[in-house]
Design a protein around this ligand. Sequence first.
Ligand SMILES: C[S@@+](CC[C@H](N)C(=O)[O-])C[C@H]1O[C@@H](n2cnc3c(N)ncnc32)[C@H](O)[C@@H]1O
Length: 273
Amino acid sequence: MLTRKKFLEKCFLRCVLECYVVHGLKTWYAFYILGSGCTVHLDLALINFAQFDMKNEEDESLQVWTKQVFASGQKPTQVTAMYDNWSKTYEENLGEGKYRAHIIAVDEVVRLVPEEQRRQVRVLDVGAGTGWVGTELLKLGFKNLDALEPSEGMMNQLKSTGIYTLKYQEFLGLGQNTIPSDTYDVVVVSGAMCEGHVPVRGIDDMVRVTKPGGLVVISMRLEFLETVEEYRNRLEPHMNQLEQKGVWHKVARTVVPGYYCGKEGVVFSYRVV
Ligand SMILES: C[S@@+](CC[C@H](N)C(=O)[O-])C[C@H]1O[C@@H](n2cnc3c(N)ncnc32)[C@H](O)[C@@H]1O
């Protein structure tokens, strides 16, 4: 992972290299060129700083929560009980750019849904948490937002945003869904593909509730494809099998930096047939 310090060092070395090797400057004039070179490269550095605004490590209070919610072998109701407890400080703990799953997912939705359609499209936010995805989508012109969130505590937080119309306090992928089939133009899942969260068969539920021609967008931590047993050699193969069966087709699979505390994420987008 390129850190802010390494990035600045790279910029500085590029300046020096450009001045001394490319321009061949060894006189007082070199200082002028070096100065301008630095300005240009530091400007570029500033533009790229957004990706480094992320804290690279979990602080202690965050660790306490993530250890609990990602502990292996928990029942779904144990996971949601953790989120009930975490719900009031979730945004505070994950703020300051530590977590960008929702931004990454929303960027992908926005890339794929033209501005003129955003008012009409019906969106389901799966594992909606406190409603960060909806908050971002609303700013970008989406009005028709529903949420699925199994934790009562998180549900109370997202209700208080007033953003979502229908609010399903349910799990996805556990065979208990009441959401009607072929309902949504966009199903977006941000940060809910983790240890003990949405299982592989949750993908089938996502497809089921999406209208033909609709989109499923999933952002998740890249390493979870391998480190979460439920997903290892199962999640992506299942997604690929659905494509082979003609259920949906892949629009993009993009690995992105700065998903969570300096870790990479992956965002999948699929169009349902
Ligand atoms: C890390 S939070 C992400 C919340 C929000 N999407 C965000 O990006 O801030 C994961 C959420 O997934 C929910 N969740 C856990 N298991 C789930 C399941 N089987 N189906 C749907 N949501 C689930 C949790 O209750 C929690 O609110």
